[in-house]
Design a protein around this ligand. Structure first.
Ligand SMILES: Cc1cc2nc3c(=O)[nH]c(=O)nc-3n(C[C@H](O)[C@H](O)[C@H](O)COP(=O)(O)OP(=O)(O)OC[C@H]3O[C@@H](n4cnc5c(N)ncnc54)[C@H](O)[C@@H]3O)c2cc1C
Ligand code: SF4
Length: 498
């Protein structure tokens, strides 16, 4: 274990973040490099509690508790405390293909269920994870692992997000020839064209993709399955196909004035911004610009926060974020006890930046947009809203009800709709003939088979919009299922043996 009395003596410390106002002038990652000493002290706080909830990886009351890839957290906490970084890296990579992603952007459900967190702030698990993998790359400990033998079996993976990448990594290591098809011009899925650069540097994603290529994974980019190559062609050419197409069908806000110029989907906004940054450092002008505009982000989640951070860097005049729900409490309530994911008020990186710039939290709670209003040229000029309250209807169900007299008009020239997704895009699924349930691909977790022989599904396309760490979990697990399908048995690691 870490230091026996560490949890009593040492306070939680996190990686230092760059000054919010300074970092608004660039697109580099907002966190600063780690110090080994701080991480070692955090490792010392782990009490190796015997029944570590930090890696239970399960849904409790609709939210994830514990680490979904079952990272061996107490083990690597102890190794980091003792300065055994290389051994810590080996333990980390035994369960997580891409800790450099999760260490940066995972919401860390492990920390919510850390036993220290029953009474004190949790061990800084996520920071330790990032420190271990970053040190591994810096010291050259991570080198291509080229499989010694090939099985002669061919697998096609559709979609190069974290689920597709994790499945590709595992199946390649099992000796199969893996081709990943991606419709975008760069691989990575939402790691590349969703999460902005200041949260996850695209060079970190590119480094991992280059490593997979060196190990033998073939990425075919700018190729949309269903359009540029048919489902039948893939079924014929490959022994197995895995659908990792994500769940990126936009949810729209169909209200009056929706067609006003200046109302966009958040995902279009984020994708164009990152693409233009990577292609030309914004020289090409191929992005939606918030400069000088009053920006309203509709949707209180992470995608909305990423829009705020992007608009601030573009020089927006003002930014406001609308959320449907009331503000969360500052402490856990009786209905949200440990080890559940803490449903408490926090300031995300983007909210800290907005507060530093405008002097206050820019979030508006319990608010609903009623209509968009454009000027005579069709350009958006304002937004009309009303406040809402949660009430119980006659059946005891909670519903939102408008509060009369709370109508408000907001000036806005740019609105970003970030109210979630409706599941995977359907055309490619139809072409494969796979069954869907609630719009998601129907394939049981642990088995991952669709109704079509040899066709499997994993990640957000099967689960719905979720987390990177769940996508990695599903990529690893579907690889086991496919390997077993192809070879009769599998030596790949799995936590869900059939
Ligand atoms: C803006 C945003 C920010 C987020 N931030 C976080 C975060 O901070 N932390 C976190 O844990 N999670 C975050 N998430 C969620 C996380 O990114 C997803 O859960 C995860 O990426 C899902 O992985 P996936 O591989 O299943 O799908 P995706 O990452 O969606 O990848 C699917 C890929 O399939 C490709 N594709 C689809 N159809 C075809 C086709 N027919 N042919 C070829 N290619 C195709 C797509 O282009 C895409 O590249 C965020 C999501 C969004 C939208
Ligand atoms: S992947 Fe996420 S849940 Fe797992 S240890 Fe890392 S930060 Fe925690």
């Amino acid at each position: 274990m870490g230091k026996a009395t560490g949890f009593m003596e040492i306070e939680r410390e996190e990686a230092v973040q760059r000054d919010p106002l300074t970092r608004l002038s660039d697109w580099k990652e907002y966190s600063a490099p780690f110090s080994d000493e701080v991480m070692s002290r955090q490792g010392a706080r782990c009490m190796d509690c015997g029944t570590p909830f930090c890696h239970i990886g399960m849904d409790i009351n609709g939210a994830t508790s514990g680490c979904p890839v079952y990272n061996l957290i107490p083990e690597w906490n102890d190794l980091v405390y003792k300065g055994k970084w290389k051994e810590a890296l080996e333990r980390l990579l035994s369960t997580n293909n891409f800790p450099e992603f999760t260490g940066r952007v995972c919401p860390a459900p492990c920390e919510g269920s850390c036993t220290v967190a029953i009474s004190d702030p949790a061990v800084a698990i996520k920071n330790i994870e990032q420190a271990i993998i970053d040190k591994g790359f810096e010291n050259g400990w991570i080198t291509p692992r080229i499989p010694k033998k090939r099985t002669g079996k061919k697998v096609a993976i559709i979609g190069s997000g974290p689920a597709g990448m994790a499945a590709a990594d595992q199946l390649n290591q099992a000796g199969h020839s893996v081709t990943v098809y991606e419709r975008d011009d760069r691989a990575g899925g939402l790691l590349t064209y969703g999460i902005p650069n200041m949260k996850l540097d695209k060079e970190v994603v590119g480094r991992r993709i280059r490593l997979l290529e060196q190990e033998g994974v073939d990425f075919v980019l700018s190729t949309e399955v269903g359009k540029d190559i048919s489902a039948d062609a893939l079924k014929e050419q490959y022994n197995s196909v895995i659908l990792c197409t994500g769940a990126q069908k936009h949810r729209d806000l169909v209200i009056e004035g929706r067609d006003s110029q200046g109302v966009h989907y958040a995902m279009d906004y984020l994708k164009f911004a990152t693409k233009s940054l990577l292609d030309s450092n914004f020289e090409d002008g191929n992005y939606i610009d918030a400069k000088g505009k009053d920006v309203i982000v509709i949707g209180g989640g992470d995608t909305g926060a990423d829009c705020i951070a992007t608009a601030l860097r573009q020089g927006a005049n003002s930014v406001v974020q609308f959320g449907k729900h009331p503000q969360l409490p500052t402490k856990r309530t009786a209905s949200n006890m440990w080890p559940e994911f803490p449903q408490v008020f926090t300031l995300d990186y983007a909210h800290k930046e907005a507060k530093a710039k405008f002097g206050e939290d820019i979030r508006q709670y319990s608010i609903q947009t009623k209509k968009f209003v454009a000027d005579e040229t069709g350009k958006l000029k304002e937004l009309h809203t009303v406040e809402m309250k949660k009430v119980q209807d006659e059946n005891g169900m909670f519903v939102f009800e408008e509060i009369p007299g709370t109508e408000k008009v907001w000036p806005a020239q740019l609105v970003l709709i970030a109210i979630g997704f409706e599941g995977p895009e359907q055309p490619v699924l139809r072409q494969f003939g796979v069954d869907t349930f609630n719009r998601k691909v129907e394939a049981k977790y642990g088995d991952f088979r669709t109704n079509v022989k040899g066709v499997f599904a994993a990640g957000d396309s099967r689960r719905g919009q979720s987390l990177i760490v769940w996508a990695i979990n599903e990529g690893r697990e579907v690889a086991y299922a496919v390997d077993e399908y192809l070879m009769g048995s599998s030596l790949l690691p799995t936590v869900n043996a059939l």
